[in-house]
Design a protein around this ligand. Sequence first.
Ligand code: DAH
Length: 360
Amino acid sequence: MSDSSSHNNHNNDHHKTPHELFDEFLNKAKELKNRAEALDLKSKYLGKNGPFSTILKSLKDVAIEVKKEIGQQCNTYKDQMELLIKEKLEELEMYEMNRALEEKWIDITLRNSNREMGLNSAGLHPVSIVQREIEDIFISMGFEVLDGPYIEDDHHNFTALNVPADHPARDMQDTFWFPDKKHLLRTHTSTIQVHGMEMHKPPFKFVGPGKVFRCERTDASHEMVFHQLEGMMVDKGISVSHLIYFMKTLLSEIFRRDVDVRLRPGFFPFVEPGFELDIKCLICQGKGCSVCKKLGWVELLPCGMVHPNVLRAGKIDPSEYQGFAFGLGLDRLVMMRYVIDDIRLIHAGDLRFISQFKAY
Ligand code: DAH
């Protein structure tokens, strides 16, 4: 008995009228909690083996009018159910999405208490450490510290510095030009000389540190972004001996020991005469390594007496005033000081590297 009743129950569906099935569906639809349940309900009632299909199949042998009526009824209900499920799915999708948004909400304005601050835990970047030290040395000698923009025009980067139009320094391979062909990323901090002369009447002396940019192939001693510190002093009666005095003072302060230096003549359009000041490589003590390109000496300080054309472009009368200028490569200096053998580490932004440095 119990067997047959359970058997009966199982097949109850085709005793139910389309209307009863629809009611049942509506009740179940109210309980739906997620999209999976909705899809499940849809396949149960509207699928190939669902109760409506069973009813339609069972109509095979009934009169055509009955078939038509019940068939239409079934289809109307099915259409409604289809629509209802579609709406329900959309509604549930919105609900699920909103809930996910609420659960995964991140307050981007919240401060991270573990944030590594340059001054506190990670330490300053070695370039900043050395740059600040050198600024302090020059400030103590009465120099001003000036800043200049990264984006420059031809005038500030080349023309006012006596770099003629056909000079190889303007080569497209070295300079990052903007598409307008008028602006560029400064290739050296000598641009700050030009800004300094615009801002000041002589006598003056200032340094100008900062990033410079060159379209160069990178290797252990070349980067596309590197750092220079420009210096310029203009006054009456300035000579090479002033230049040598200030450079010697600078280097002995920076290295806090005696370093071997040599002066070679060097050509730069903005100075005359121009010099290359080299120091003996502190990494290999002159034996030759990748930093000094096996030369034992590192080009550290190009410098010279300011070219009269540069003074004139800066509205300074060269018969009245003279000056010296220099362009210190900060990265090389940092590499010497901290014994770093690859310049690419400096701009890589790797905290494991940066956090090793502490100011003296
Ligand atoms: N601006 C030059 C460069 O980037 C470096 C330089 C050389 C600067 C001689 C100077 C100088 O002030 O006198 O290659």
